[in-house]
Design a protein around this ligand. Structure first.
Ligand code: ATP
Length: 487
């Protein structure tokens, strides 16, 4: 799949009702998206898979659901007010604004080399990887202050918009939190933030949840919900947006056990993405280099997927030590700790975090499932979604679009809906109907024809092989169950 294929996915999403541009009738709001009737089902199934895997199937993880608006002191304690910044630069000629590290990632190797030489003269440090190299350059350019902009220009850093060398401003820090005000007065005392992550809702409720759930270390608290970041550069469809959903697990452990649990959760999370039917060769775990780590984190893995635009992060799994609870204990009146029966004293537990994006996982599933095939000289587009994620599990097609076949099909779809999601499609030729359902990712199609009226049999068609088999109407639910469990 080439880079242009993201456009094909955007267009399929619109055509079939997965995703629409937000506020489209007003010309759209950049980088914000609405989930349509098929999109909402796929997203819901994805989230259910996560909740089932992380919370329901385990006796040492419980869930919670915190408010999006929180006390502003939460974000001071967490470090977000001071540190949740991205470095940005503007091109004074084109008036385009970029996140500095993203701008550098897109430059030719010789430009990066020339910038490296300009910053480090004859003594460049060892770079562990390309990512590490960009992180270090970005940090140094930030620290340079007044001369950063001219250095970018002199090294030949080009504006991706115009293709020409940019007339760059000096890099400056931009806080990513959306601000709002609570109540009618709009002054500094009423400032509130839309949460930029769901995790803090868990940390400030650690003691509440631990005491009421009576969990003992090691145990986890999980949450999913909306987060907001005023990203400087958005793009690649759902990959980076300003409003998105996260699925986060904070797993509390004894400090000496963090390494073990970091390995455990990194592998668990990689396996979870594989369990969604995503091509295993396109998934990997990448350990962060020392310079990529946040100051509070001693080790971190990313689950990455090989998108048409390159390997990119789906999720971060991090050893955060006791940083978060320590910070809240230092700032809040009410202290949080855990009474450890083994040591017979109160301790502050350490935490291993797994933080994934729902919309990124959704995009990954779609990109991975997208296929174009040639069948009898015609192009067939299909989504090879895992049946457990497909918005519609089984579509029912009466050959005739009225009369007794439709009545029979209505009864059948009702039967399907007792356990699975079903849909009846009477519009257009049977070939057209198959193609629509292939694009929707519907794994099974049942056709009601004149033979059905005589012997109560129907054909069931497999989306991927397009093979059809004649089965008895009574066995439909059994058929769907056994076909789904075989995938
Ligand atoms: P990046 O470096 O890509 O900005 P990050 O390392 O800041 O991401 P985290 O803070 O670790 O991201 O967030 C955890 C997860 O939340 C990410 O792996 C991603 O799946 C999701 N996420 C973060 N920011 C966005 C966004 N702007 N749009 C969509 N999903 C996001």
């Amino acid at each position: 799949m080439d880079i242009k294929s993201i456009d094909k996915i955007v267009s399929l999403c619109k055509r079939r009702g997965f995703i629409f541009q937000s506020s489209e009738v007003y010309g759209g709001l950049a980088s914000t998206w609405d989930y349509g009737h098929l999109g909402v089902e796929l997203k819901r199934k994805l989230k259910n898979e996560w909740w089932q895997n992380i919370v329901t199937s385990r006796d040492n993880v419980v869930g919670m659901d915190a408010a999006i608006l929180m006390h502003p002191k939460v974000w001071e304690a967490s470090g977000h007010v001071e540190n949740f910044n991205d470095p940005l630069v503007d091109n004074k000629d084109t008036k385009k604004r970029y996140r500095l590290d993203h701008l550098l990632e897109g430059q030719k190797p010789e430009v990066v080399e020339s910038l490296t030489n300009a910053i480090f003269k004859d003594n460049p440090p060892e770079f562990a990887s390309e990512e590490d190299h960009i992180v270090i350059l970005t940090q140094h350019l930030n620290d340079l202050g007044e001369t950063g902009g001219s250095l970018l220009k002199d090294s030949g850093v080009r504006d991706p918009h115009s293709g020409a060398v940019g007339n760059w401003t000096n890099p400056r820090q931009f806080n990513l939190m959306f601000q709002t005000h609570i109540g009618p007065t709009q002054d500094s005392s009423s400032i509130a933030y839309l949460r930029p992550e769901t995790a803090q809702g868990i940390f400030v409720n650690f003691a509440n949840v631990q005491i009421t759930s009576r969990q003992k270390l090691p145990f986890g608290i999980a949450q999913m919900g909306k987060s907001f970041r005023n990203e400087i550069t958005t793009g690649n469809f759902l990959f980076r947006t300003r409003e998105f959903e996260q699925m986060e697990l904070e797993f509390f452990v004894h400090l000496e056990d963090t390494k073990k649990w970091l390995e455990y959760w990194s592998n668990e999370r990689l396996e979870w993405f594989k369990s969604l039917g995503i091509t295993p060769e396109k998934l990997r775990l990448r350990a962060h280099g020392g310079d990529e780590l946040a100051h509070y984190s001693s080790a971190c893995y990313d689950v990455e997927y090989q998108f048409p635009f390159g390997w990119s992060e789906l999720e971060g799994i991090a050893d955060r030590g006791t940083f978060d609870l320590d910070q809240h204990n230092a700032h809040a009146d009410k202290k949080q700790s855990y009474f450890d029966p083994q040591q017979n004293k109160h301790i502050v537990p350490a935490v291993v975090e797994s933080s994934a994006g729902v919309d990124r996982a959704f995009l990954t599933v779609l990109v991975d499932a997208y296929r174009e095939e040639e069948v009898n000289g015609e192009k067939r587009v299909l989504l090879k979604l895992a049946p457990k994620l497909a918005p519609i599990t089984c579509a029912v097609f009466p050959l005739m679009n009225k009369g007794e076949q439709v009545e029979k099909a209505e009864l059948l779809v009702k039967e399907v809906r007792r356990e699975f999601s079903g849909f009846i499609d009477t519009g257009g030729s049977i070939g057209k109907r198959y193609r629509r359902q292939d694009e929707a990712g519907t794994p099974y199609g049942i056709t009601v024809d004149h033979q059905t009226m005589e012997d109560d049999t129907v054909t069931i068609r497999d989306r991927d092989t397009m093979e059809q088999e004649r089965i008895s109407i009574d066995s439909i639910l059994d058929q769907l169950r056994s076909r789904i469990s075989a995938t």
